[in-house]
Write a protein that binds this ligand. Sequence first.
Ligand code: NAD
Ligand code: UD1
Length: 333
Amino acid sequence: MKIFVTGCCGYIGSHTCVELLTNGYNVVGLDNFSNSKKEVLDKIREISGKSIKFYEGDMLDSSILYKIFSENEIDCVIDFAAYKAVGESVSKPIEYYTNNVSSVLTLLTAMKKNNCKRLVFSSSATVYGDPDTIPITEDSKTGGTTNPYGTSKLFVEEILKDLYKSDNTWDICILRYFNPIGAHSSGLIGEEPNGIPANLMPYISKVACGKLECLSIFGNDYDTPDGTGVRDYIHVVDLAKGHIKAVEKLDREKNGLYIYNLGTGKGYSVLDMVNAFEKANGIKINYKIVGRREGDIAVCYSDPNKAKEELGFIAEKTLEDMVRDAWNYENHN
Ligand code: NAD
Ligand code: UD1
């Protein structure tokens, strides 16, 4: 089976390419390197022993998409290409909606014209906004997003639902990721944030290696066991494997629109994460408690049962694996 992966050189895309290649899929990839590097292609080859057929270009450019579809018989598309920095999205809404929503319309148009109607889309737990109930099921209400990044994911979900309503010969799987962290155990691929990281795990890694002095913990007065925010962290390799399960599901079922949470179902606090990192890697993390970060919620973790029952997906890696692999990647780079 031939899979077209957009954003194939990014954090989640690169790990998914490795899983696809090692599971016998042919992979065609597209990236414009707006948030990744060409070297990732070599690393994917080094880990998997196989190459992807790569196109450099922008998903907003319909001509590159037509070229890809005409030169390759694509069975399924996995769409990762998007901008993802929450803070930046607030100051650059036009750029975020263009890159995260318009580009999907360009992709869907090219897919339709080429009669390729099978898509796995990268969404986020951010579409649940501030959830009413925990754990979050796929039926929990969506909306109430607090930034253009989150809203862009919500808009695309709605577009995909309307598309499926208009033509139920599409096969669409929306995956709502919780908090992906960690890296491939080889240390060759991982997350490379631009500038000072906004997310917890990359920030902890930068403090551990001395590039940043001290972690600021955003609030210890939440209604959680230790007062710090609780999240559902999932190892990026488990997450990548979830995409294989989604592709298999679409191949098995034919025609449908499916939505799954990809998480572990376990919630860990910021202090849990600091402690786990210190214990697994034997490094002390300097931290201080500061005020809450605007837009943050207290607790967010998934009910992973639908993905377990319908996809056969279970996240297998432990918190120790996540923090060890994150640190291993930082050391390699
Ligand atoms: P990433 O930035 O590491 O990867 C995205 C890749 O897409 C990059 O290689 C970038 O160069 C490329 N890209 C961006 N716009 C493009 C365009 N117009 N044309 C071609 N290539 C383009 O991000 P990631 O963490 O791998 O995230 C992948 C997807 O998962 C995104 O859609 C993101 O919103 C979603 N997601 C990520 C997280 C997370 O915590 N990392 C959580 C939930 C959802
Ligand atoms: C953030 C985004 C979310 C996005 C997700 C993955 C916000 C409000 N939400 O989620 O839309 O889908 O990243 O990219 O930005 N923390 C600290 N100190 C830090 C960094 C984080 O204490 O320096 C805390 C946060 O307050 C939170 C937890 O660590 O309680 C996790 O934060 P983070 O990694 O940024 O992820 P989310 O906020 O869950």
